[in-house]
Structures are given as C-alpha cells and as structure tokens.
Design a binder for this molecule. Structure first.
Ligand SMILES: Cc1cc2nc3c(=O)[nH]c(=O)nc-3n(C[C@H](O)[C@H](O)[C@H](O)COP(=O)(O)OP(=O)(O)OC[C@H]3O[C@@H](n4cnc5c(N)ncnc54)[C@H](O)[C@@H]3O)c2cc1C
Length: 340
C-alpha cells in the first residue's frame, strides 16, 4: 500500500495544528508543511491578544460555540502537558448603563448555554471584589478565561511535527494548486521545477487565503479586507491596577469587540485596539504600504458595502472628518468609559 501524502499550506497555528493532528492520526502518512516566511508563526499567530476565549459571545449550538469550548479544553491540556504558560486570569465584561446591562444579560444567558464554567453576574460594588479599580453598574465575570502566548505554542507544535516525522519547508511560498488525475500539484513561487504532488492539500494560509484560492482557479470572493489596530502598553508601575481582562459590552452596530484591557502572558498590560483600514495586509507596525493590497479592496464591491454599513451617513460628517478620524474619536471614548 502506498503512503498517503498531505500538504499543509501555512505555518501559523492553524496549519501547524492540522499538520500535527494528521501525523498523530496517520502515523504512516507523509506530511509536508509549506511556509512562505523563514520561520513559522510570523503573522496573526504571533500578533494577537493571546486570549483563550471561553465562549461568551457565540450562539448556543453554533459551530463557533462548540469549537470554542473544545478549543479551550485542548489548549489547556496542551499547555499543561508540555509545560507551556497558561494563565487563567479571568475576564470581566462591564456594563456602564442600562442599555448595556440588557445586552450583558443576553451574553450571560449565552455563556450559560455554552456551559462556560463558573460565569456569574456581578452588580455595583461586587465588581470591585474582582477588579478593585473597575466601575460599572454590572459585569459578567468569567473567572477561567485565560491567556497564553500563541507564538510560543506554535513554535512548540512545529518542533513536535518534525519529531513526528513531518517536514516543514520554510521560505516556500505556494503559488497555486492544481488538481490532476486524483493528485494535487503544489507549485511554489520559485517555479514549476519545484512543484510537488500530494494526495490531499489543506490550506491554512491566513491573510493570503483568498489569493491562493484565486491563483488555484477558485472564485474571487470572499476577499480579505485588512484592518490595522494599535494597542498601548501600560507603564510597568500601572500594570497591577488591572488584574485580568476587562472588556466593554460589544456594540452590535460595530464588528469589533471594543477597546479592552488585556493582560499578556509576559505580565504586561495592554489597552486597545483602535481600528483603521490598513494600507497593507501584513502590516503589524502600521508603516506597511502596498498598492496591490489597497487596490484589491478598493476595487471590491463588498468593501464598499461593508464600509457604508459601518459608517452610516448620519455618523460621518464629510466636511469635518475622514472615516479613520471617526474611529479615532470613537474608540478612545469607549476606552474612557470602561477605564478605571
Ligand atoms: C489583533 C488580533 C487579535 C487577536 N486576538 C485573538 C485572541 O485573543 N485569541 C484568539 O484565539 N484569536 C485571536 N485572534 C485571531 C487569531 O490570531 C487567528 O485566528 C489565528 O492566529 C489565525 O492563525 P492562522 O494559522 O490561520 O493564520 P496566520 O497566523 O496568519 O498564519 C498563516 C500562515 O500562512 C502563511 N502563508 C500565507 N500564504 C502562503 C503561501 N502562499 N504559501 C506558504 N505560506 C503562506 C503565512 O506566512 C502565515 O505564516 C486575533 C487576531 C488579531 C489580528
């Protein structure tokens, strides 16, 4: 019997987790992971908030809710077994007025439906028993929401893949995939002479997924529209003022979680993010600029529909401010409202 071969495209946490699981489930299989950068986890995986979300927001029975709860269990086990940092620092979602409190009650019901452990509602001064410097009329407390370093976890998984006999091909950007005679040809940017054939391919190419789909003959949508967010890092002397994670109640009108305090696994405390339309997809310092990335979304009808939905005309004053300034003024006010 010939060995089944799998290619996984993308060395972020998703691609790495898929490759590892394939090797565990099919120890005889040949598993090759292709990553365009010179090391793994250079993109979203090492530029996120590091929160192991507990399932406070996802509708009961939805795939997101089930995956989130299962993911918490798996990631906690993985960190425990491998001695990787996992800090169940807890999270508060804080309501500042009655409208928000009503939304918070709905979140509480979702959290109960999703069997998020030990969640409870706190009122008035009860909030201070968890976060002494936090004020609000009500808060949802999830004491087991945790933080990790996904970049570190990804590096650990990469090491495990190699130990299990898989291969990780770095600096190997995949250009396209072609299906022929029951095999998939993986062609690299470096040219057809480096093309390889596999029985199955799993794509986990993050922010480039839509482009890989198109260059492999798939349709042009959905398309990725990049947003960029900044986080402030608090001075060390203030980090102890906040113990864990503090979030505002999400506003259903906006597709963001709102400005929040996030404890990091290295002990630092961040506040953010704001959100700007980004001038490049892989733009982590805010200085990136790519004509290709910008023209891609400007020429995409879906972007304009999204844009008009989140910036309704009554909200934007064309005379006085650009869309990004609206966000700038909006987000810090959210921050101030939830600030200590
Ligand atoms: C600001 C921010 C905060 C977040 N906070 C959280 C959080 O607190 N908790 C949480 O659970 N999630 C959070 N997320 C989401 C989480 O970070 C992502 O869902 C996750 O990292 C996605 O992993 P990935 O492997 O799919 O993508 P990525 O980490 O982006 O990896 C994709 C990889 O594919 C490679 N690649 C792309 N194209 C090709 C190609 N053609 N050939 C070869 N390689 C290619 C890239 O180089 C990259 O390494 C956050 C995300 C952001 C942006």
């Amino acid at each position: 019997m010939s060995t089944i071969s799998y290619a996984v495209i993308g060395g972020g946490i998703n691609g790495l987790a898929v490759a590892r699981q394939l090797l565990l489930d099919y120890p005889d299989a040949k598993v090759s992971l292709f990553e365009k950068e010179s090391s793994v986890a250079q993109h979203q995986t090492s530029h996120n908030s590091g929160v192991v979300h507990a399932g406070l927001y996802y509708a009961k029975g939805s795939l997101k809710a089930r995956l989130c709860r299962r993911g918490v269990k798996l990631i906690r086990e993985y960190c425990t077994v491998n001695n990787l940092p996992y800090d169940p620092c807890g999270k508060l979602v804080v309501a500042l007025n009655e409208v928000e409190e009503k939304r918070l009650q709905a979140l509480y019901q979702i959290a109960l439906d999703n069997e998020v452990p030990k969640v409870k509602m706190l009122y008035g001064d009860e909030i201070k028993t968890v976060e002494p410097n936090c004020i609000g009329i009500a808060a949802l407390h999830s004491p087991e929401t945790a933080i990790v370093d996904y970049g570190v976890i990804a590096q650990f998984i990469a090491q495990e893949i190699v130990e299990l006999g898989g291969s990780i091909q770095l600096s190997s950007e995949v250009h396209s995939l072609t299906n022929e005679n029951g095999k998939v040809t993986v062609t690299l940017q470096s040219g057809v002479e480096h093309a390889k054939q596999f029985d199955y391919v799993v794509c986990c190419s993050g922010l480039q997924s839509d482009r890989l789909a198109v260059s492999s003959g798939d349709i042009k949508t959905p398309k990725i529209v990049p947003f960029f967010g900044q986080y402030f890092v608090l001075d060390d002397q203030y980090t102890r003022e906040v113990k864990g994670l503090i979030y505002p109640v999400p506003d259903p009108e906006y597709p963001f979680l709102g400005v929040h305090f996030t404890k990091r696994i290295d002990g630092k405390m961040t506040i953010g993010p704001n959100a700007f339309l980004s001038a490049a997809r892989e733009n982590y310092d805010g200085k990136g600029f790519s004509f290709k990335d910008i023209s891609d979304y400007l020429c995409f009808g879906g972007f304009w529909r999204f844009f008009s939905a989140i910036y309704p005309p009554h909200y934007v004053s064309p005379k006085r401010c650009s869309a990004s300034r609206v966000l700038l003024t909006r987000q810090p006010s959210t921050f101030l409202r939830c600030a200590i």
